[in-house]
Design a protein around this ligand. Structure first.
Ligand SMILES: NC(=O)c1ccc[n+]([C@@H]2O[C@H](COP(=O)([O-])OP(=O)(O)OC[C@H]3O[C@@H](n4cnc5c(N)ncnc54)[C@H](O)[C@@H]3O)[C@@H](O)[C@H]2O)c1
Length: 273
């Protein structure tokens, strides 16, 4: 952690969870390049230190706060550290997430709970600790939640992740409605990535329940993925427009959302992925 000197910035600081890698790290670098002080939160202290060093070497302002988003006290400590250092938070990015592969009946209970506690509870803890503070500030701010096209469609073999991303997508839509009523100065966005080349499948153990799917998905992201820096560019284009939906691959989003709407409207069983 950096020093506790209070720092002012009209736009406010950007707080990013899962900032040690992939999309979170790229969003942090881009926020810093735009002149925002950044607060980097991640389970891996080592990874956020490396991202912070690159940002400060480039002339930016970065504070690292090792955080477990699954733990409400840890996220509350993150909010305390962010507001001890900065007058205001202008951008909260609830981004930390983990992947999981395997049929529903094969998933170990601990694996199910790990995915739900990071992907769903993590975003909830971020909202609980930051939104009241951001709402007490009359200046404009934004909460972005990283969801997924997995929260729009349905894929066999990725049930725990899909359930978590449908839940967090719903949470983000609810937050949008609730902020519009209670804190109209807080904008809300769902950042919906499809394939982005990151290390997300590296933490998925190639165990019996995941089988060959781990290699398949690692290869998919390596070969078909957009770079995290490109995803971060799209992220800030959407933030600048004040969009609710910010999609890295609008074609994939439209196909999945369109098919889902049709299946729901016609009461048909799922057949898309
Ligand atoms: N990469 C993709 O193609 C893709 C597609 C759709 C959605 N997403 C979503 O994007 C977000 C970022 O993923 P990424 O692809 O950059 O993955 P990544 O693995 O490169 O980065 C995720 C970071 O989150 C951190 N993290 C994991 N658990 C944590 C916890 N409990 N507390 C704090 N930090 C924790 C990890 O240490 C890691 O640094 C995730 O929510 C993911 O579901 C990614």
């Amino acid at each position: 952690m950096g020093d506790a000197q209070h720092q002012g910035s009209a736009e406010g600081a950007a707080v990013i969870t899962g900032a040690g890698s992939g999309i979170g790290a790229a969003v942090a670098r881009r926020a810093a390049a735009r002149g925002m002080p950044v607060v980097l939160a991640d389970l891996s202290a080592e990874r956020i230190e490396a991202v912070a060093t690159a940002i400060t070497d480039a002339g930016g302002d970065a504070l690292t706060v090792p955080t477990d988003v699954a733990d409400p006290d840890s996220v509350e400590a993150l909010a305390e550290a962010a507001y001890a250092r900065h007058e205001r938070v202008g951008l909260l990015v609830n981004n930390a997430g983990v992947e999981s592969l395997g049929s529903l009946w094969e998933l170990p209970v601990d694996e199910w709970r790990r995915v739900m506690s990071v992907n769903i509870d993590g975003a909830f803890h971020g909202i609980r600790s930051f939104v009241p503070r951001m709402g007490a500030d009359p200046g404009p701010s934004r909460v972005v939640v990283t969801t997924s096209v997995g929260g729009i469609g349905t894929l066999a073999g990725m049930g725990a992740y899909g359930v978590s991303k449908h839940a967090v997508q719903q949470m983000t839509e609810t937050l949008h409605l609730e902020c519009a009523q209670a804190f109209p100065q807080i904008g809300v966005s769902a950042f919906v990535p499809a394939h982005v080349t990151t290390r997300i499948f590296e933490d998925v153990a190639p165990s019996a329940h995941a089988g060959a799917a781990v290699d398949h998905w690692r290869t998919q992201l390596r070969q078909k993925g957009m770079t995290a820096d490109e995803a971060a560019r799209i992220f800030f284009d959407g933030v600048d427009r004040g969009d609710f939906w910010i999609c890295t691959h609008p074609d994939v989003y439209s196909r999945l959302a369109g098919r889902r709407a049709q299946l729901l409207a016609e009461a048909l069983p799922p057949d898309y992925g």
